[in-house]
Design a protein around this ligand. Structure first.
Ligand code: M6R
Length: 615
C-alpha cells in the first residue's frame, strides 16, 4: 500500500515521479503528492483523490518552481487519517526544509508524538508519518547530516516503513530506509531512482538494488551507498529487473482487467511449460526442495493466504486431499496469526500470494517457520519479501498484474496447485489414483484452448451482465470443488461493482440464506456434471420456488431443466476436478462487464489497493 518514487539526476524530476506514480497507483490512489527542491527552496504539491488531480495542480504551476532535478513523490492508501490534502504525503518538519514520503505504519507514533510536541513540533495532519518527519528533523538539527539523522531516527521507530527523505540544505541526496515494506533503488548513469515497485522505473533502467530490512541508503546522482543496521557500509548487490515496459500497456483493451482476463490461456501455457509434457510423463517441479523421504513424511498441509489467493487455496484443499490423501487446512492469514497454531516439521505450510507482500501472510509464514515446518511459497513475485522466506519457491509466472482485481494470477495459482498436488502424489509412496492424475494432466494440457472458446465469444455474458447490472444483491452458489469458485466470483463482483454478492455452499442455502430470496435477489449457480450436479440442481429448484432469478454456469443442461434457468452460460466439457479453472473466467467476465456497464473504476476500485502491506 502506498507508492513511493524518488528521483535524482539531470531529468525534470517531476516528470519521472508523476510517470512512476502512475504505475504505482495500484498501491493506493486516495491522494498524491510531490516534494521538489529547486532554487534553494522546497516546493510541495498535494491533492486528494487520484493522481490526475495532482497533475492538474502541477500543470498550472510556475516552471521555475517545478523545474527541479531532485524530488520525491507518493500515492497514498489511507491508514491514519482521512484521504485529505493535509494528510497526503509528502510530510515535512516545522520549517518545511525536510520532507518525507512513507509507506507502512509507524506503530509507536503515539508514544513519540508528545515528546516531539514538547520540543515545539507542530503537527498538521492525523498521520503517523508526520511523526517520522519531525523525529528525523530533530536528529538532523543535532547531527547536520541527513544520513546520520535517518540512521538515528529509525532506531526509535517501530512498525513497518519504506521511506525517502530530502532536505533543502542537501539537494544532492535522497536518504531511503526500509523495514517490512518494499523499496528498490534503480541504478542509472548520472541519475538514480527509488521506487516501491519495478513498474515505476523500468522505462529508465533495468538494473536495481533491492533494499533489505533495516538498511538505510544514501542516493546521489552518481553514487549509491547502503548501510546495514549497525551503520556499516555494505557492498551494492545490483540485480537485473525481470519486466519489460510492454507489460504495462493495455494493448488495446479498455481496461487492464479485461486484458489480464484474456491473457489467461497464455498464462496457463506458461505455467505448464516444461512441467507437464504429456499425460504419460511425471510432473517436473524443480522448485520443490523436498526429498522423496520428506514428502512421504508429510502428514498435514496448511494453506495460508488472503482474498483471491485464499480462494485458490480452498480449491487446492480439494485437489490435495483427492490426490495425496493428506489432510489440508486452509485459513485466512489474518486468522492464522496470534494464536497457537498446530504445526511441526512434518507439516507443509503453503503460502499463496500474488504480490508476495501481503503483511498478514508474511506474519503467518514467519509464525509457521518457527515451528520448523517446510515453507512453500506460491507467488507471482519471485523478488518479493515472501519469496525470501521460502524453503521452496514456486513462482507462478503470470506476468505483472496491474488491475487491482486479481484474475490471471488466480488462474496461475490454481495451475500451480494442480501441479504441486500431482507432483506430491507422484513422488510419495502414498500416491494412489494414477488414472485420475493422468486425466487431470490431459485436461490441463487442453485447458488453454477451452479458455479461448469462452474468451472468443463473450456476447452472451455481456448481455447477462447488462440485464442484471441494476440488482443490488446477488447470491453465488456451488458445491464441492466449485464452492471456492462461488466465493471468488462473488468477491470479484463486490470489489469492482460494489454490488453486495455472497458466495455460499449450495447446500447451505436452505439453512438460512434462503430467507432473503425473492425476485430482487438473483442466484448464480455453478454446476458441473459430476457427483454434486443433481444436488445443486435441487438447490436451484428451491431458489426458483422463491421467485429468485436464476443464472446457471454449467457444462451441461439436460432437457428437463432447460427452462429452470432464466439465463445460462454453457462452458466447454470438462471434468469436475479441473472445472474451477474454466468456471471462474465466466464469473470474472460477468463482474467486469457489470462494473464497466455501471461506469465504475474497474482497474482501481474505491478503498482498495493491489498489495496490502498492513495487518
Ligand atoms: O497479493 P496477495 O495475493 O497476497 O493479495 C491478497 C488479497 O489482498 C487479494 O487477493 C485481494 O483480495 C484482491 N483485491 C482480489 O482481487
Amino acid at each position: 500500500m502506498c507508492g513511493i518514487v524518488g528521483y535524482i539526476g539531470k531529468k525534470r524530476a517531476v516528470d519521472v515521479i508523476l510517470k512512476g506514480l502512475s504505475y504505482l497507483e495500484y498501491r493506493g490512489y486516495d491522494s498524491a503528492g510531490v516534494a521538489l527542491i529547486s532554487n534553494n527552496a522546497v516546493h510541495i504539491y498535494k491533492a486528494p483523490g487520484k493522481l490526475s488531480n495532482l497533475k492538474e495542480i502541477l500543470s498550472q504551476e510556475k516552471e521555475e518552481n517545478i523545474n527541479a532535478n531532485i524530488g520525491i513523490g507518493h500515492t497514498r492508501w489511507a491508514t491514519h487519517g482521512l484521504p485529505t490534502e493535509v494528510n497526503a504525503h509528502p510530510h515535512h518538519c516545522n520549517c518545511g526544509s525536510l520532507t518525507i514520503v512513507h509507506n507502512g505504519i509507524i506503530e509507536n507514533y503515539k508514544d513519540l508524538k508528545p515528546d516531539l510536541e514538547k520540543k515545539g513540533c507542530k503537527f498538521l495532519s492525523q498521520t503517523d508519518t508526520e511523526v517520522a518527519a519531525h523525529l528525523i528533523a530533530h536528529e538532523f538539527a543535532d547531527t547536520k547530516d541527513l544520513l546520520k539523522a535517518v540512521q538515528n531516527a529509525v532506531k526509535k521507530l517501530k512498525g513497518a516503513y519504506a521511506f525517502c527523505v530530502t532536505h533543502k540544505t542537501m539537494p544532492d541526496r535522497i536518504i531511503a530506509a526500509r523495514k517490512n515494506a518494499p523499496l528498490i533503488i534503480g541504478v542509472g548513469e548520472g541519475e538514480n531512482f527509488i521506487a516501491s515497485d519495478i513498474p515505476a522505473i523500468i522505462e529508465y533502467t533495468k538494473k536495481a538494488i533491492y533494499l533489505s530490512d533495516n538498511q538505510v541508503a544514501e542516493i546521489k546522482t552518481d553514487s549509491i551507498k547502503i548501510y546495514d543496521k549497525n551503520n556499516n557500509l555494505i557492498a551494492n548487490k545490483i540485480e537485473n529487473l525481470p519486466f519489460e515496459p510492454i507489460a504495462l500497456s493495455k494493448m488495446g483493451y479498455k481496461h487492464f482487467m479485461l486484458k489480464e482476463i484474456h491473457e489467461q490461456p497464455d498464462v496457463v501455457r506458461n505455467v505448464l511449460i516444461d512441467k507437464i509434457k504429456s499425460e504419460n510423463l511425471a510432473v517436473v517441479l524443480d522448485d520443490v526442495k523436498l526429498s522423496k523421504e520428506q514428502l512421504t513424511k508429510i502428514n498435514r498441509i496448511q494453506i495460508i493466504a488472503c482474498g483471491t489467493s485464499l480462494h485458490a487455496g480452498l480449491v487446492g484443499k480439494y485437489i490435495f486431499e483427492e490426490l495425496t490423501g493428506i489432510p489440508v487446512d486452509v485459513e485466512a492469514s489474518s486468522e492464522y496469526i496470534y494464536r497457537n497454531t498446530i504445526a511441526d516439521e512434518n507439516t507443509l505450510v503453503i503460502g499463496i500470494s500474488q504480490s508476495g507482500e501481503t503483511a498478514d501472510t508474511i506474519t503467518a509464514i514467519k509464525q509457521a517457520k518457527e515451528k520448523n515446518s517446510h515453507i512453500l511459497i506460491i507467488t507471482n513475485r519471485k523478488d518479493s519479501a515472501m519469496a525470501r522466506l521460502a524453503d521452496s519457491l514456486l513462482p507462478v509466472n503470470a506476468g505483472i498484474e496491474v488491475s487491482v482485481a486479481a484474475t490471471k494470477s488466480y488462474m496461475a495459482q490454481l495451475l500451480s496447485l494442480y501441479l504441486l498436488a500431482i507432483y506430491m502424489a507422484e513422488n510419495s509412496t502414498k500416491c494412489n489414483n494414477s488414472s485420475l492424475i493422468k486425466e487431470i494432466k490431459k485436461e490441463l494440457l487442453t485447458l488453454p484452448s477451452k479458455l479461448e472458446t469462452i474468451l472468443n465469444d463473450t456476447k452472451n455474458i455481456e448481455n447477462i451482465a447488462k440485464k442484471y447490472s441494476s440488482f443490488k444483491n446477488f447470491i453465488f452458489i456451488a458445491r464441492g470443488i466449485n464452492y471456492p469458485t462461488a466465493l471468488e466470483g462473488a468477491l470479484k463482483l463486490k470489489e469492482i461493482s460494489y454490488i453486495n454478492a455472497t458466495g455460499y455452499p449450495a447446500g447451505e442455502l436452505k439453512h438460512g440464506p434462503i430467507a432473503m430470496l425473492d425476485e430482487t435477489m438473483p442466484v448464480l449457480a455453478i454446476l458441473n456434471e459430476g457427483v454434486v450436479y443433481d444436488k445443486v440442481l435441487s438447490n436451484c429448484e428451491e431458489a426458483k420456488a422463491r421467485q429468485a432469478k436464476l443464472i446457471g454456469v454449467t457444462n451441461f443442461i439436460d432437457e428437463k431443466h432447460k427452462n429452470l434457468f432464466d439465463d445460462a452460460v454453457i462452458i466447454p466439457e470438462i471434468p469436475d476436478i479441473v472445472s474451477p479453472a474454466l468456471n471462474i473466467v465466466v464469473l470474472q467476465l460477468l463482474a467486469y462487464h457489470i462494473s464497466e456497464y455501471l461506469g465504475k473504476d474497474v482497474d482501481q476500485p474505491r478503498n482498495l489497493a493491489k498489495s496490502v502491506t498492513v495487518e
